[in-house]
Design a protein around this ligand. Structure first.
Ligand SMILES: Cc1cc2nc3c(=O)[nH]c(=O)nc-3n(C[C@H](O)[C@H](O)[C@H](O)COP(=O)(O)OP(=O)(O)OC[C@H]3O[C@@H](n4cnc5c(N)ncnc54)[C@H](O)[C@@H]3O)c2cc1C
Length: 428
């Protein structure tokens, strides 16, 4: 916990310094003289702002349709731009891909996007925090909110210190969904969680997926709710992330100043919407992740496309002794068999999408291409909101990915602005 003397009351407490918390904090600090406390349990916020930091500026990427219209999103995205000062990526020569995609019932979205890179993002975050401090926001880093106290507008910190508030904006992100769930139970907010994205991460040589030269992170929508997600090139790597009880793969890339490794990675995800009797997307994702842990001796798995097509598992030798000349960037993935670990419906739809992608960008299914599994993107517990500015109870707002109001940096920032606007509307 930071050595910072905190007051026992603030007009607004914001929990989490991810994009949703930052969006709310800037909006309030620049438009009122309210006493604001921003609390972050880590030294620096986690999530996409810190990792890779691709910012999407075109609706509907990152904006769940049930909460956002195009007009609402684009109006707030202008405010996000003012704080993040994005340098947009170029998008050239993609007409040929769009034409091919149309014939296959596939939609390539053309979006405005900027990329910071994992090596540069901590400076961006530290600069934003400093700007907030200059605006007189109290920022308490390495300080955890232990709980929201029932029947009182009050929180307790991890050291037992209690702070009262007039309004609280909670932006704890997706990773802390269980904390958020417990707090919603405590303050009597109802919620649901029935969606999860399950898929693979594809890694190949850039020459097999040249579309990235013209369109940095192509957003491609396939039939059966399958889509590409988070494409990385330049100096691109796959990582293994630890979740509660399982690992998920993910990808990131460094800024353009770093030496390129000429590899590309991207996810192919299928959105699963569960109905009775299985209603928890988080639980479903965890079960699948744990099955891979069992089959891989506690890790994630990978398979070469060549082996997958032949219906045979990949082995250690596949990666050490074959004729292909690129090594997996995730060295602790275990060579195995995707078909043994992935539910048939998901595998079928993703493979069918990959074949279509190979017709749009010929070469991506080169035998050397690696498929890593699982990539699991959980959705949070969606609270029952009282108004369209994400109020769940008088004086309580839940925003960002942790509330299902966004699925990306810019949308999370926008959701924080919306909650702040609601508080400003009621300014005394
Ligand atoms: C590895 C990775 C890479 C990603 N890459 C991208 C990308 O390139 N582009 C993109 O648009 N999206 C990306 N995303 C998604 C993106 O991170 C989220 O959409 C976005 O960060 C959501 O913002 P948020 O404010 O809701 O939550 P978060 O950014 O997750 O922030 C929540 C913050 O709250 C803090 N917190 C939680 N509980 C407490 C507590 N009790 N007390 C105090 N603090 C607490 C957490 O430490 C965290 O810093 C990525 C996600 C991950 C995990």
């Amino acid at each position: 916990m930071e050595n910072l003397k905190l007051n026992s009351f603030y007009d607004v407490i914001i929990v989490g310094s991810g994009p949703s918390g930052l969006g709310a904090a800037f909006k309030l600090a620049e438009n009122s003289d309210k006493k604001i406390l921003l609390i972050e349990k880590k030294k620096i916020s986690s999530g996409g702002l810190r990792n890779d930091c691709k910012q999407n500026y075109t609706y509907p990427v990152g904006f769940p349709l049930e909460y956002w219209s195009k007009e609402e999103a684009h109006a707030l995205l202008e405010e996000v731009k003012n704080h993040l000062n994005p340098k947009m990526e170029k998008r050239l020569n993609i007409d040929k891909y769009i034409q091919r995609a149309k014939k296959l019932d596939v939609n390539i979205l053309t979006i405005d996007q900027a990329h910071v890179g994992t090596d540069k993002s901590s400076k961006l975050i530290n600069d934003l925090i400093q700007k907030l401090r200059d605006l007189k926001v109290t920022v308490a880093l390495q300080t955890e909110v232990k709980e929201l106290n029932e029947n009182k507008k009050e929180i307790t910190l991890d050291n037992g210190f209690k702070i009262e508030f007039e309004n609280i904006i909670l932006g704890p992100g997706r990773a802390d969904y269980d904390w958020m769930q417990t707090q919603m139970d405590r303050i009597g907010v109802t919620y649901s969680d029935n969606i999860v994205d399950i898929g693979i991460r594809v890694e190949t040589k850039e020459e097999n997926y040249p579309i990235v030269k013209d369109y940095y992170d192509p957003k491609i929508l396939f039939p059966n709710k399958v889509r590409t997600f988070c494409t990385n090139s330049g100096c691109a790597h796959i990582v293994r992330e630890k979740y509660k009880g399982y690992y998920s793969v993910n990808g990131h890339s460094l800024s353009k100043e770093k030496k390129a490794n000429n590899l590309v990675n991207f996810a192919m995800l299928k959105t699963i919407r569960l109905t009775q009797p299985v209603v928890s997307g988080q639980q479903f994702g965890k079960i699948l992740g744990q099955m891979v842990m069992q089959l891989s001796g506690g890790s994630v798995i990978m398979q070469r496309v060549g082996d997958f097509r032949l219906g045979q598992r990949s082995k250690k030798e596949t990666f050490n002794e074959d004729l292909y000349d690129f090594k997996p960037t995730l060295s602790n993935a275990v060579a195995a068999d995707l078909s043994l670990s992935m539910p048939a419906k998901i595998l079928r739809d993703i493979w069918s999408a990959l074949k279509k992608l190979d017709s749009i960008v010929p070469g991506v299914l080169h035998p050397s291409t690696i498929l890593y599994y699982p990539e699991i993107k959980t959705y949070s517990n969606k609270p029952q909101f009282l108004n369209k500015n994400f109020m769940v109870k008088e004086g309580y707002y839940i925003v960002g990915d942790g509330a299902g109001t966004s699925r990306g940096i810019t949308a999370a920032w926008s959701s924080g602005i919306r909650a702040a606007n609601d508080i400003l509307k009621n300014k005394k």
